[in-house]
Design a binder for this molecule. Sequence first.
Ligand code: FMN
Length: 276
Amino acid sequence: MTKIEEVLKFRFGDDVPDTPDALQQSDFPAKLAARRSHRHFKPDPVDADLVRALCALALCSASKSDLQQRDIVIIEDADQRAKLMEIIPGNTWMETAPAFLVFCANNRRQRQLSEWHDIPFANDHIDTFFNASVDAGIALATFMTAAESIGLGCCPVSAIRNEAEKVSALLEMPAHVFPVAALALGWPAQEGHISMRLPLAATVHTDRFSEAGISDQVRAYDRRRAEAQPFSRQRGANRFGEVEEYGWSDDKARQYAVPERADFGSFIRNKGFDLS
Ligand SMILES: Cc1cc2nc3c(=O)[nH]c(=O)nc-3n(C[C@H](O)[C@H](O)[C@H](O)COP(=O)(O)O)c2cc1C
């Protein structure tokens, strides 16, 4: 078995095809297969020029209709960083990350183009919000892929949206610009671990969407993951009790039994978006 096959089988179970030769011509696919988030970093700084160059690579990614509705805020100033960390306290690993960036959706520029050309902006509806968010997500993912390709480690941080209003005010984001996720970046201090994924049978569909066998697939994934990577604690044990076999699906169901960012919609409406 090749390295990439080994990693993909670990991640997805036996449900992965043998790796075609085409994917073995470069070491990039194997790196992608083995990627992981990093939350422990060496104290070594990440050069500011390198961060900017990675931003450039991130912004080479595709963008809906070439509208380029995403921006990146690099947090360089120590005071600004400290203020940002104060807004989302209790995340020591984030505080020690050598570099920190915030990926934003920016639909403001598009509206400015309309204004400057004195042409009506006729797309004040939810798709506009969605397009800008997707663009920002694509830039975030591309930044991570570029950074990871040279050995940097990163972890996205949607926790900044727990306090979207405060983050937006601190970073002086105007109407129609909002934070999608931050990114902690640095040289990994630990190897980290590859996190298992649902089987492709559950997540890759052919010709039409199908949920055939989904509950069995999730149960099998729960068992496979609990065996190799058991959760260290059962979430919300006070409320839900302890179960003998605690799996990924228990954890995610329990996670979403607690409201999260229920005020995000009103934050986005206050940013000027019509979400109808
Ligand atoms: C949009 C997005 C937001 C995330 N936000 C956080 C976060 O706030 N805190 C955190 O510790 N990890 C965060 N993560 C990292 C995920 O927890 C991680 O990707 C997931 O557990 C799978 O692990 P892996 O990236 O190592 O495969 C985020 C990931 C994404 C894609």
